[in-house]
Design a protein around this ligand. Structure first.
Ligand code: AMP
Length: 513
């Protein structure tokens, strides 16, 4: 028997098995906060959302976008939109109006939910926008009541979500993840982390980023409790962990560093309260320094788990979790082993091609880039997904060493160098520009622009940074602009990025941070 995989099933199961449990603790101090919601209620609200979309004529396959920091409503959308056969388009809430408009238009979204805090980013859209403020959105998120639930004849090859990601092109590409992709990723991920109904997941990862890595699906399926966090702050993370008994969180290395700083401040102030149970922290986005891993175990008493993957792979590809064989090792030795990307997750095959690029095959590799057949064919050439990451295999373990694509990862988010260069070139004083990532303690990589000014121009680095902030989401703007007389180029005039990066990366073991 083949029963089609539908992510909606995860919430249906939770509502059936754990109806009275708290499913989600919404951010408490917000107008329109849902407070604490049981699985019965979350399910009824997700069903209500499906019915509201149907009543509005948004049929199966229709795209519904959301621009919002983490929230209970966002979690409901994973099920109410995708579970009813509609397609969710989660958009990075840090993007500006022009960037959001591009995604809305490109994806063909017919309805856009937005958080009031980022209202300016949906200004000027020509499609219907609904503020998630507890009033304007009331008819969308009310429990189903006596309305007919939407019955969707699930098709696991149907698109579940389109997640836009910055890559090798100036414009982001829409990664089309199917129900099967998301389902397999969630169950495999949940298996590797041993997610259970005793877990409490703190949403330190933005839900828009690869659907929160699929963890919202996995945790829901098991009836675990979700704790919403809108804004990353080390001390606040420690407080929520204590208040809600959090057992599991996923984040970029920069967030781990913020938590370590907060814990250190507590120790210095004599207010440290070491956690009594082991908390699992799952880290990806960049290779975490082994010192940070060691400190996570020694100072926080948490278990450190590294994964590696991409939006295109839903995202789980490899996992690195301490094994029984490593129990006798010193903290430093174990941290060194854990600092590598890890071994293939169940159902994943990893290979390295002749040029050192990491290739992958798995049920969670995406189907296509939305409306970009050429980019899809390139990415999936030869039946393997080309990650754009450089690395090697040490036995079964993948080690990521550099990035073949022109992408900078800063604070866990991707920035396309080309997009920032395009922006700089719009400034009348800029003759040449190269944007690279340089290693940085806080950001992992810091967006840095090397700029040659036009003869006679007197523009300052500060002015160029301000110019980029005006035109791009702030996280994409260079943190530093360095003025140069010339930039290294090949004989054919191509920028030699690796040469430009050299002076900043010379002392690093790896070319990614
Ligand atoms: P995204 O699609 O935004 O999730 O970004 C995926 C990219 O993040 C990958 O292609 C890698 O360059 C990087 N990445 C993710 N996890 C790791 C990791 N564990 N180690 C090194 N780089 C990583």
């Amino acid at each position: 028997m083949d029963v089609a995989m539908n992510v909606g099933h995860f919430l249906e199961r939770a509502a059936l098995v754990y109806p009275d449990r708290t499913a989600i603790v919404d951010e408490p101090d917000l107008p329109g906060s849902w407070g604490r919601v049981t699985y019965r209620e979350l399910h009824a609200r997700a069903q209500g959302l499906g019915a509201a979309l149907r009543e509005e004529g948004l049929i199966e396959g229709a795209r519904i976008a959301i621009v919002s920091p983490n929230s209970a409503r966002f979690l409901a959308c994973f099920f109410g939109v995708s579970g009813s056969g509609r397609v969710l388009v989660p958009i990075n809430f840090r993007l500006n109006a022009e960037e959001v408009a591009f995604i809305v238009e490109h994806s063909g979204a017919e309805l856009v939910f937005f958080d009031p805090e980022v209202a300016s980013s949906v200004e000027g859209l020509t499609v219907k926008t609904i503020a998630l403020d507890g009033n304007a959105d009331a008819s969308y998120f009310q429990p189903l009541g006596d309305r007919e639930p939407v019955t969707w004849e699930a098709n696991e090859g149907a698109t579940c979500s389109i997640n836009y990601t910055s890559g090798t092109t100036a414009r982001p590409k829409g990664v089309e993840l199917t129900h099967r992709n998301c389902w397999m990723n969630a169950t495999t991920f949940g298996w590797h982390l041993a997610v259970s109904d005793r877990d409490v997941l703190l949403h330190t990862l933005p839900m828009f980023h690869a659907n929160g890595w699929g963890m919202p699906y996995a945790a829901t399926a098991m009836g675990a409790r979700h704790v919403v966090l809108r804004k990353v702050d080390g001390e606040e993370i420690l407080r929520r962990i204590e208040a809600e008994g959090v057992t599991l969180l996923c984040c970029a290395p920069a967030v781990v560093a913020a938590v370590l700083d907060a814990e250190q401040a507590r120790r210095e102030a004599g207010t440290s309260r070491p956690s009594l149970h082991a908390i699992r922290v799952v880290v990806a986005g960049a290779p975490p320094p082994s010192k940070v891993i060691e400190r996570v175990e020694a100072e926080l008493n948490w278990e450190f788990i590294q994964i590696y993957g991409l939006t295109e792979t839903s995202p789980l590809l490899t996992v690195n979790r301490t094994r029984a064989e490593w129990d006798g090792l010193s903290g430093a030795e174990r941290a060194k082993l854990l600092s590598r990307a890890g071994v293939p997750a169940v159902g994943v095959e990893i290979a390295i091609d002749d040029e050192g690029e990491v290739l992958a095959r798995s049920n969670h590799v995406f189907r296509s880039y939305w409306n970009q057949p050429d980019a899809t064919n390139d990415a999936l050439a030869g039946g393997w997904f080309h990650t754009g990451d450089g690395g090697y295999l040490d036995g079964p373990t993948t080690v990521i060493t550099d990035r073949k694509k022109d992408v900078i990862i800063t604070g866990g988010e991707n920035v396309s160098s080309i997009e920032v260069e395009d922006c700089l070139f719009q400034h009348a004083s800029v003759a040449e520009a190269a944007v690279i990532g340089v290693p940085d303690e806080h950001w992992g990589e810091m967006v840095t622009a090397l700029v040659v000014l036009r003869p006679g121009a007197t523009t300052t680095p500060e002015e160029l940074i301000a110019f980029c902030k005006e035109h791009l989401a702030h996280f994409k703007a260079p943190k530093q602009v360095l003025l140069r007389e010339e930039l290294a180029r090949t004989a054919t005039g191509k920028l030699q990025k690796y040469k430009l990066r050299q002076e900043f990366w010379r002392d690093e073991q790896r070319q990614v941070h």
